[in-house]
Design a binder for this molecule. Structure first.
Ligand code: NAD
Ligand code: WQD
Length: 336
């Protein structure tokens, strides 16, 4: 049995679908602080079965202990966190309390019950400003905002837990830029308010919810001057978690592999790929750089391929086609 925290969210919902497809039993905990109960019903439609779901908070130690015992949990996939970089700068205590205290409560409950396998949602943001590209796992760690710091700190906590408990297994998956949606169009990214991230902003321009995309700078040292990132299909990312769980159940110790494609795509390249996939023009203008932004970032994903036997299969055209299908079918996300 796999406990998935934050499983009603964007990446968690896609991962639950893949875990069930791979034959795992799943129980999901989410407090809906950044998701909608409708996503649980959509997961059930895709998998064709009822989902073990509990509405609750990872900071509730008694609830966590009860869940881990009652469901005889073997491993935890831990997505639950707040993830908005800008908000983390304004409200650092909210982010440290939710992301770190929440993880400590989860780890303490796991220790009390004897559950010693965790796959943790880390992020390429732990690398801070890249000193060399592609980014390998040997790159120095040092986030530049409270959100990224919360990921760095949890990685350090997990490393120390693994040192203290030789039976513990912690896989910290450093995600690059997940975009796209399940091919059914039933689940996808549903940001609340104005999207911070590029891809959901593009899809909302395409569906008519936003008038125009601001391209944050075209004077970076990149192929066309716009920001370059390693976009990865959320389904590829979800399948990486299945591989990570399988690995964690057979090994102990700490691993922190990159989950990316190894390919960089610029903002303008993504806009053009999306226009081809959707047949819609994406109105956009060049705007000043976003404070704190970096020019280019992409992964060396060879560790995940070598150790987990995982490699991204889907390209930017599939990411755009699948993301567009989700947005077209759900112009207001999971809201009615
Ligand atoms: P999301 O916001 O869609 O999902 C997170 C889920 O966790 C939400 O459903 C939210 O309701 C839940 N949650 C938050 N705090 C909780 C708490 N205290 N108790 C219970 N549930 C709680 O985000 P996502 O994009 O699916 O990201 C999932 C994880 O991956 C996060 O840890 C995020 O930091 C990490 N990550 C995301 C990206 C990205 O670009 N989306 C990149 C790198 C890492
Ligand atoms: C991508 C590119 C922007 C919006 C963020 C978080 C990171 C992780 C993934 C959680 C950049 C440009 C964007 C817009 C634009 N999340 N852009 N106009 O910044 O790489 O990473 O999401 O872990 O922590 O920092 O992704 O989608 O915000 O930006 O031109 O309206 O698109 O400058 O070059 P980012 P993003």
């Amino acid at each position: 049995m796999i406990l998935v925290t934050g499983g009603a969210g964007y990446i968690g919902s896609h991962t639950i679908v893949e875990l069930i497809a791979a034959g795992h039993e799943v129980v999901c905990l989410d407090n809906f602080s950044n998701s909608n109960p409708e996503s649980v019903r959509r997961i059930e439609r895709i998998t064709g079965r009822k989902l073990n779901f509990v509405e609750g908070d990872i900071r509730d130690g008694a609830l966590l202990e009860r869940l881990l015992r009652e469901h005889a949990v073997d491993a935890v996939v831990h997505f639950a966190a707040l993830k908005a970089v800008g908000e983390s700068v304004e409200k650092p205590l909210l982010y440290y309390e939710n992301n770190i205290t929440g993880t400590l409560a989860l780890l303490s409950a796991m220790q009390r019950v004897g559950v010693s396998r965790m796959v943790f949602s880390s992020s390429a943001t732990v690398y801070g400003t890249p000193q060399a590209l592609p980014l390998t796992e040997a790159h120095p760690i040092g986030a530049v905002n409270p959100y990224g710091q919360s990921k760095v700190m949890v990685e350090y906590i997990l490393a120390d837990v693994c040192k203290a408990d030789p039976n513990f297994s912690a896989i910290c998956l450093r995600y690059f830029n997940p975009i796209g949606a399940h091919e059914s169009g039933l689940i996808g990214e549903a940001p609340t308010g104005i999207p911070n991230n590029l891809f959901p902003f593009i899809t909302q321009v395409a569906v008519g919810k936003r008038a125009e995309l601001a391209v944050f700078g075209n004077d970076w040292d990149t192929v066309d001057g716009t920001g370059v990132r390693d976009y990865i299909h959320v389904v590829d990312l979800a399948r990486g978690h299945v591989k990570a769980i399988d690995y964690a159940l057979k090994h102990t110790g700490m691993l922190a592999p990159n989950l990316g494609t190894g390919r960089g795509t610029s903002v303008l390249e993504l806009i053009h790929a999306f226009e081809r996939a959707s047949g819609r023009k994406i109105a956009h203008r060049i705007a000043p750089r976003r404070p704190g932004d970096i020019g280019a970032c992409w992964a060396d994903p060879s560790m995940a391929e070598r150790v987990l036997g995982w490699k991204a299969q889907l390209g930017i055209d599939a990411m755009c086609a699948d993301g567009w299908r989700w947005q077209q079918m759900n112009p207001n996300g999971y809201e009615a």
